[in-house]
Write a new protein. Structure first.
Length: 708
C-alpha cells in the first residue's frame, strides 16, 4: 500500500526492488512504481533510491523515463516514474523477435539516448533488454533503471562473486566483472549495448553459459561467433557494428555513442534505399573528445609472461612466491593485477592485503585483511556451498579453530563459535599458530580452486608475517598456492628483515620443499614505450608525439605514475586541446616549456592539492592521516562534522565524486582517488621534505614520520 497510488499489476520482482504498473490518484494517471522489496528497508537502500530520483530529475533527456515523485512514507518507500505504456525489449525478443526495420528504429534511439546520458557524465552500467522499454504503437524507446548508474568519469570494480556483481552478467563488459585490471568508464555501456544488439540480430546471446564463472571468463577471453554467421539475414555491416561494440578492450570499441549513431544512420539509409548495405567500415565517423589515459601496460610484455607462467605452474600443483620490486609508482600493482584474467578461467581465489608503515606493530595485518576478504567471498555463495566449507574447515582445524577465529573473527560466521584452546608458552604458541594456519590455508589451495595471495608493500611487513611466509613456502605439503609480494627495492638492503627471510627461503632444501622463489624487477619505461604511451593518449602517430615525449621523459624519468600525473596536469592546465577536424589532441610544446611544470613529483602533486578548496584540503589531510582506507563515520568524527557534510567537502573537487557513489557504504578507499596516492606513495621517501606545502607539513613530524 502506497498512499495516493493504486497498484494494478506486478511487472518485475528482483532481489532488492519490486516494479509495479499503477495509477496516481485521484487523476488516475498511469505510472510505474519501484518499491523496495524488504519490509524493513535499510537506510542505504532508501538513500540509493533517493540518488536515483535526484539523477533522473537532473537529466532532461527524452529517451529516459522521467521521475514523477519520491514517496518516502513508511512502510514502503517508492520511486514513481512516468508510464508510456510500453513493454520491455526482453518481452519483445521472447515473444516474436525483432525485424531489421525495428532493429534500426530501436538501435538509433538507444544510441541517441546513450550519447545524451554520457554527455551528462552518467554511466548506466546495466544496459540490457529488461531495461529497455518500447511502445508498440509509437515505437518510442526508453532506457530505464538507473539504480546503479554512476556519475564518476571512471571507477574500479573489486573482484566479487558473480552473483554480487552490479549489473546483468550476460550483458556485462569485461572490465565490469572486476577481473580485467581496467577501470570502468562510459564505454562499458557500449559493450552491453553490443550484446543487446547481438541478441536482437540473432535471437540468442553471444555466450549462453549456465555457470556464472564460465560466463565471466567468456566475456574476458572468448570471441563470439559473428551475428551474420548465426543469422544469414543479418547484413555484414550490422554484424561488424555489433562485434566492434563487443571488443574486449575498451580502446577497440566505439569511442562514443555519437559515432555509433552515425554508423547506424548510414546503414539505415542504404537499407531503406537499396535493401542492402555496401562499402561500409565501422567507426569511420567515430571519435571522442574525452581525455583518456590508456589503461594497458606498456613495455611489460616479458614481465606479464613471467607472471602468467608462474600462475600456470601453481595451477598444476606447485607452490611459488613471486617478488615484484621497483620504485614507487613504477607499476607493481598494475602488473600483478594482470593475473586476474587466467584466475577467472581456473576458478582461482585472488585475495590481497597491503602493509602499512604505521601498523608494523600489528602482526599479520595484511594477511588477515586478505583472508577476511576471502571469507566474505565464501559467505556470498549458496547455503549448500557454505555448509561444505564449514565441514572442510572444521575437519582441517579440529579442536584448534579458536586459533584462527581469534585473528580472523569472520571465520566464526562459517564454523561457529569455537572452544578455547589451552594456553601455551610463547614459543609453543607460535608453533601451534603456524601449524594451524597452514592447515587453514590448505583448505583453499586445491586443484579445483588454487589460491593467489597478493601482499603489497612487503618492505613494511612485520616479523610475524615474514615467519609465516617462510613457513608456507617451505612446507613440503603445500600445493596450489601462489604468493605475490611487491616491495620498493630502494627502501631495503641486504640486512632488511624481508631480504633475510627471502634468503632463508632460497636456502631451503628443494628436495623436501615445494616452495620456489622467483622475482621480477620493474624499471622505468624506455623512450619507445613512453612515446607510444603518449601517442596513444593523444591519439596521434608516434613521430608526432616524440617532442612532447622527450620533455616528459626529462620531467618524469619514465616513471609510469609520474607520466600519468604529468599528462593529467597538461590537460587540466588546458595545454592540450582537442582538434575536432583531425580527431586528435594538439599541444604547443613552447607553451608547455614556458609554463615550467616542475620535474619534482611532490611539487606537482602539492600544486594540485593546493587548488582544492580549504575545507577539502583539510578533510583530505585527515583522511590521509587515518590511513589508505577509512570509513565515513570515523572521518566525520575526526573532522568534527556530520557525515553528510564531511562527504560533501570531499565532493568539492570533480575527482572526488567517487564519494557520491559510496555515500551510504561503510568503507571509503582513499586509494581509489588517484590524486591522494601522494600520501601512500611518497610519505616515506628519504628525500621527502615537509616544507613543500603547509598542508603536507602539518601531517608529518620533524623526523619525517606521519603524525598519529
Amino acid at each position: 500500500m502506497i498512499p495516493g497510488y493504486k497498484i494494478l499489476a506486478e511487472i518485475h520482482r528482483g532481489r532488492k526492488r519490486i516494479v509495479y504498473r499503477g495509477l496516481r490518484l485521484p487523476e488516475e494517471a498511469p505510472v510505474i512504481i519501484k518499491a523496495l522489496g524488504n519490509e524493513l528497508p535499510q537506510p542505504a537502500a532508501v538513500a540509493e533510491m533517493q540518488r536515483e530520483y535526484d539523477l533522473l530529475k537532473s537529466l532532461p533527456i527524452a529517451g529516459i523515463a522521467k521521475a514523477c515523485a519520491l514517496e518516502l512514507h513508511p512502510p514502503n518507500p517508492a520511486l514513481i516514474l512516468e508510464d508510456l505504456g510500453g513493454e520491455s525489449l526482453r518481452h519483445l525478443l521472447d515473444a516474436r523477435g525483432i525485424t531489421l526495420d525495428l532493429f534500426f528504429e530501436i538501435g538509433l534511439q538507444l544510441a541517441a539516448t546513450l550519447a545524451a546520458i554520457h554527455q551528462h557524465g552518467i554511466i548506466h552500467k546495466d544496459i540490457a533488454p529488461k531495461n529497455i522499454v518500447v511502445n508498440p504503437v509509437s515505437r518510442q524507446v526508453q532506457l530505464i533503471d538507473f539504480s546503479i548508474a554512476s556519475r564518476l568519469p571512471h571507477e574500479n570494480q573489486k573482484i566479487s562473486p558473480p552473483n554480487l556483481l552490479e549489473g546483468t552478467l550476460a550483458y556485462m563488459s569485461p572490465e565490469q566483472t572486476g577481473r580485467m585490471n581496467r577501470s570502468i568508464d562510459y564505454r562499458t555501456d557500449l559493450y552491453s549495448l553490443g550484446v543487446t544488439f547481438y541478441e536482437m540480430l540473432t535471437g540468442r546471446l553471444p555466450f549462453e553459459l549456465a555457470d556464472p564463472l564460465e560466463l565471466v571468463h567468456a566475456h574476458i577471453a572468448k570471441a563470439p561467433a559473428p551475428p551474420e554467421r548465426l543469422n544469414p539475414g543479418v547484413p555484414k555491416a550490422l554484424s561488424e557494428i555489433a562485434m566492434k561494440l563487443m571488443a574486449k578492450a575498451a580502446e577497440n570499441r566505439y569511442q562514443s555513442a555519437h559515432g555509433l549513431h552515425a554508423d547506424l544512420e548510414s546503414c539505415f539509409a542504404q537499407w531503406q534505399a537499396n535493401g542492402k548495405i555496401v562499402n561500409f567500415r565501422p567507426g569511420q565517423n567515430d571519435f571522442s573528445d574525452r581525455f583518456h589515459i590508456p589503461q594497458k601496460l606498456y613495455g611489460r610484455e616479458q614481465e606479464i609472461a613471467a607472471l602468467l607462467a608462474a600462475f600456470d605452474r601453481i595451477s598444476r600443483g606447485a607452490t611459488e612466491i613471486m617478488l615484484v620490486s621497483g620504485y614507487s609508482g613504477i607499476g607493481k600493482s598494475a602488473l600483478v593485477n594482470e593475473v586476474h584474467k587466467p584466475i577467472a578461467k581456473q576458478r582461482s581465489y585472488f585475495i590481497a592485503g597491503k602493509f602499512d608503515q604505521l601498523k608494523r606493530n600489528i602482526p599479520y595485518s595484511a594477511v588477515i585483511h586478505a583472508l577476511q576478504e576471502l571469507v566474505r567471498l565464501l559467505l556470498a555463495e549458496s547455503e549448500q556451498e557454505i555448509a561444505a566449507w564449514k565441514d572442510k574447515l572444521s575437519n582441517a582445524l579440529g579442536p584448534n579453530g579458536q586459533v584462527i577465529t581469534g585473528v580472523i573473527p569472520e571465520v566464526e560466521w562459517i564454523i561457529g563459535v569455537q572452544p578455547a584452546v589451552p594456553e601455551l608458552p610463547p614459543a609453543e604458541s607460535q608453533n601451534r599458530f603456524l601449524l594451524v594456519f597452514q592447515r587453514f590455508i590448505s583448505v583453499f589451495t586445491q586443484p579445483e580452486h588454487p589460491l593467489v595471495i597478493f601482499l603489497d608493500d612487503l618492505q613494511w611487513a612485520d616479523s610475524a608475517t615474514l615467519k609465516l611466509l617462510q613457513a608456507l613456502m617451505t612446507d613440503p605439503q603445500s600445493r596450489y598456492l601462489f604468493v605475490i609480494g611487491a616491495y620498493r627495492d630502494n627502501e631495503v638492503n641486504a640486512a632488511h628483515p624481508l631480504m633475510l627471510t627471502l634468503t632463508e627461503i632460497e636456502k631451503s632444501d628443494t628436495k623436501n620443499s615445494s616452495g620456489k622463489l622467483n622475482s621480477i624487477t620493474l624499471k622505468a619505461l624506455d623512450f619507445a614505450h613512453l612515446n607510444q604511451f603518449v601517442a596513444d593518449t593523444l591519439r596521434r602517430e608516434v613521430h608526432d608525439s616524440a617532442s612532447l615525449s622527450d620533455l616528459i621523459a626529462q620531467k618524469t624519468a619514465g616513471n609510469p605514475f609520474f607520466v600519468t600525473q604529468f599528462l593529467r596536469t597538461l590537460y587540466q592546465e588546458k595545454l592540450l586541446e582537442f582538434d575536432y577536424r583531425e580527431g586528435f589532441w594538439q599541444f604547443d610544446l613552447a607553451r608547455i616549456q614556458r609554463l615550467g611544470i616542475t620535474d619534482n613529483v611532490v611539487d606537482l602533486m602539492a600544486g594540485k592539492i593546493q587548488k582544492l578548496p580549504a575545507a577539502t584540503q583539510h578533510v583530505t589531510k585527515l583522511a590521509a592521516c587515518i590511513g589508505n582506507q577509512f570509513d565515513g563515520k570515523t572521518l566525520a568524527l575526526v573532522n568534527e562534522k556530520p557525515v553528510q557534510q564531511t562527504v560533501g567537502e570531499l565532493e568539492a573537487w570533480p575527482e572526488t565524486r567517487l564519494f557520491k557513489k559510496l555515500r551510504c557504504r561503510k568503507n571509503y578507499r582513499l586509494e581509489a582517488w588517484p590524486e591522494t596516492r601522494l600520501f601512500k606513495k611518497l610519505r616515506c621517501r628519504k628525500n621527502y621534505r615537509t616544507n613543500y606545502h603547509p598542508l603536507l607539513a602539518s601531517c608529518f613530524c620533524d623526523n619525517g614520520t606521519v603524525k598519529s
